[in-house]
Design a protein around this ligand. Structure first.
Ligand code: HDE
Length: 700
């Protein structure tokens, strides 16, 4: 009831205020009606049921209650790790039959495409965290094969922090936000993470990777993927070999620089998700080759580390990758929640021809994923959610349970049975999955194998396989992270570990922290580190493909910008299969020299240069007066230079370059003719100008 004190309601006959026609949508004859969840057509989706237009809302309003109740339950528990992810649909197609190494059906016929759904994720942050923290990236692919779903649930780093599943909750509790204060979100740069790591020598190899450029990728389309654990491939004849899975992006890998990552996180927290979405929308489909390193069982014993240890890798120079086929992601999800959020990957989803190894980390994972999904997805029937359901027929005698969507018919839900109808599901000894009959012996014991004890040699191998800029980035990342650790003894212990990896690295980080190296804590390695041959294939810069394919160029234009140059640049980028976006001081547009009003993608403040791999400034002399006084413009250029990008500029833009403190070098190219554009594009294909870095930034 309306309160007596309230002003009188307008007369009942007065028309209610009208919303603009386009926002107040009513169905016309033949159109779908908005209904309740139970099918009742809804006549008014704008107003709740009230006693008088200014009166109290009535409890009777079951339509309002249904709508709000559903909304209240729209969130489900987020993943404890890998909560923030981006997904896409696509297919996998083998290059040729791999029958000589596996009987897996989806790897037999080069004409056969298998549908896939891939999800890429960060590990530590919550579902609403940013895309570019320093972190490992998850790389999970569900293959909907004719023999059931095969899930390859990997990461973009080939090794892991720990050797035994027993330690997983510990490492994750240490990296996640600290439980009393609820921060930091999505960051390893805090005391609890480094406290745990400094007491866990087996993490040192992974730490080198996590502090490297791999942990701040330029794009999800450019990350490599790894199965991490050793798996088995088994032929139809029962011949088993060990394999390590690898994904390789066909456009090559690239990273951003740390200062850029920080700025991107503010300017576009969805940087990676948007990039993946937009690339697929414009038909620039991300592609990866899937390959395996194949290790004969007899070879395994000759390796200088244990294949069951997930903190170790096999350099490609020792066992090359055999490429099996290609994955193409060509369709964005229709609904982020239904697909990317509800997809449930599980390392135990394998198919005949693929098997597990006894890696104790993998063995723990075989339990964890189904268990967590039971609570995350609300019960045992989440395999019926469309993104999880196999595309091949599936049938068994499991029944009922929360969120059962199938209506199973008949009276028999068991076997054997004499009364089950013809066609009832039966086991299949010929085509069914069989576990590889590995001989297992040994006493029950809680003990780490001595073959897992060398924690530093491969950390050293990784560090020494990097190019000098990459080594500097690792040192900088360590100094940045450790500087956030207020507990001095944790920093001293980490310096002690670094000494076993590389003395120069230890010294550089100590200097960057302003701590004497002699204060490093004494660390006694279980096994003395060895010098292994470096593996150049581990370096990203070393194998930069020198291309603009799949990269994005940003052109800053002003009124009076040369229309001919703009057209020539756009044509040149198109030829290189690079995306181009235009930035103008105002979103309303810029009028180029031929009088055309060009609509940009971004205004200056909304399109910072951190969004682009290479940039061009096409400005008129008249525009300079305003631009050199505009912080967004000056920062745009200063950042592009500081982030080591190749910069093309019309000669009129020189005052802006000067205002930004740019010192002209081989990566800053004046665009004073058609030839100059060609030279600029060739230079831009070379990627970042690493030689610029030491003069701009010190380690730390
Ligand atoms: Fe996971 N991991 N993990 N993990 N993991 C999960 O499963 C777990 C590990 C990886 O996009 C969870 O459904 C344990 C290694 C990816 O949905 C959970 C251990 C690797 C994803 C879980 C590991 C991974 C997950 C959380 C140590 C690389 C995201 C929600 C024994 C090879 C998949 C969920 C997606 C997700 C457990 C270690 C990759 C809790 C116990 C090593 C890519 O079950």
């Amino acid at each position: 009831m309306a309160s007596k004190k309230s002003p009188p309601s307008p007369p009942a006959a007065a028309p209610s205020p009208k919303l603009p026609a386009e926002t107040h949508q009513t169905a016309v004859e033949g159109e779908q009606h908005l209904t309740t969840n139970h099918g009742l057509p809804i006549s008014d989706n704008q107003n709740s049921l009230k006693s008088g237009v200014r009166g109290a809302v009535l409890l009777e309003d079951f339509i309002l209650r249904e709508k709000i109740t559903h909304f209240d339950h729209e969130r489900i528990p987020e993943r404890i790790v890998h909560a923030r992810g981006s997904g896409a649909h696509g297919f996998f197609q083998p290059y040729e039959s791999a029958a000589d190494i596996t009987e897996a059906g989806f790897l037999q016929d080069p004409k056969k495409k298998t549908e896939v759904f891939a999800r890429f994720s960060t590990v530590a942050g919550g579902a609403g965290s940013v895309d570019l923290p320093r972190d490992v990236r998850g790389f999970a692919v569900k293959f909907y094969t004719e023999q059931g779903n095969f899930d390859l649930v990997g990461n973009n780093i080939p090794v892991f922090f720990i050797q035994d599943a027993m330690k997983f909750p510990d490492v994750i509790h240490a990296v996640k936000m600290e439980p009393d204060r609820g921060f930091p979100q999505a960051a390893s740069a805090h005391a609890t993470f480094w406290d745990f790591i400094s007491l866990t020598p087996e993490s040192m190899h992974m730490i080198m990777w996590a502090m490297s450029d791999r942990a701040i990728p330029r794009s999800l389309r450019m990350i490599e993927g790894f199965g991490v654990h050793t798996f088995r491939f088994i032929t139809a004849e029962g011949m088993s070999r060990f394999v390590k899975f690898h994904w390789r992006p066909t456009i090559g890998s690239a990273a951003v620089v740390w200062d850029e990552a920080i700025k991107i996180s503010g300017a576009d927290p969805d940087f990676h998700r948007r990039d993946l979405w937009e690339a697929i929308e414009r038909g620039d489909f991300p592609e990866w080759e899937l390959g395996v390193q194949v290790i004969e069982e007899s070879q395994a014993a000759e390796l200088d580390f244990d294949l069951l240890d997930p903190t170790k890798l096999i350099p490609e120079e020792i066992i090359p990758i055999r490429m099996l086929g290609k994955m193409v992601l060509n369709r964005n999800p229709d609904n982020h929640f239904a697909e990317t959020e509800q997809v449930a990957y599980c390392p135990s989803h394998i198919v005949p021809g693929i098997g597990f190894s006894d890696d104790p980390l993998l063995q723990g994972r075989l339990f964890s994923y189904l268990d967590t999904q039971l609570s995350r997805l609300g019960g045992p029937n989440f395999h019926q959610i469309p993104v999880n359901a196999p595309r091949c027929p599936f049938a068994n005698n499991q029944r009922d349970g929360l969120r059962q969507m199938q209506v199973h018919k008949g009276r028999v839900a068991y076997e054997p049975s004499q009364i089950s109808p013809p066609g009832a599901p039966r086991e299949c000894p010929v085509h069914g999955f069989r576990t590889h009959p590995e001989t297992e012996t040994g006493e029950k014991i809680r003990k780490r194998s001595e073959t897992f004890a060398d924690h530093y040699s491969q950390a050293r191998l990784f560090f020494r396989s990097m190019t000098p800029p990459e080594q500097n980035h690792i040192a900088s990342a360590l100094a940045f992270e450790l500087a956030k650790v207020e507990v001095v003894k944790i920093r001293e212990l980490m310096l002690g570990h670094l000494g076993h990896i590389d003395a120069d690295l230890q010294q550089t980080v100590a200097d960057a922290l302003g701590m004497p190296v002699k204060n490093s804590a004494k660390v006694q390695p279980a096994v003395s580190p060895r010098d292994l041959a470096p593996s150049p294939s581990l370096s990203l810069i070393g194998k930069d493909p020198h291309t603009l394919k799949g990269r994005k160029a940003g052109i800053l234009i002003t009124d009076g910008a040369d229309a001919g140059q703009l057209a020539a640049l756009q044509a040149a980028f198109k030829k290189e299969k690079a995306a181009v976006e235009l930035i103008a001081p105002k979103i309303g547009g810029a009028t180029t020299s031929d009088g055309t009003l060009v609509e940009p993608h971004h205004s200056l403040s909304g399109g910072p240069s951190v969004f682009f791999d290479t940039v061009v400034i096409l400005a008129s002399e008249a525009a300079m007066g305003d631009l050199v006084r505009e912080a967004a413009a000056v920062n745009w250029v200063r950042d592009a230079f500081g982030h080591l990008k190749v910069i093309g500029y019309s000669p009129e833009a020189v005052p802006l370059l000067e205002a930004a403190g740019v010192e002209l070098d081989d990566g800053t190219i004046a665009l004073d003719g058609a030839k100059a554009i060609k030279g600029y594009v060739t230079t831009a294909k070379g990627g970042r100008r690493w030689e610029r870095e030491p003069s701009l930034r010190s380690i730390g």
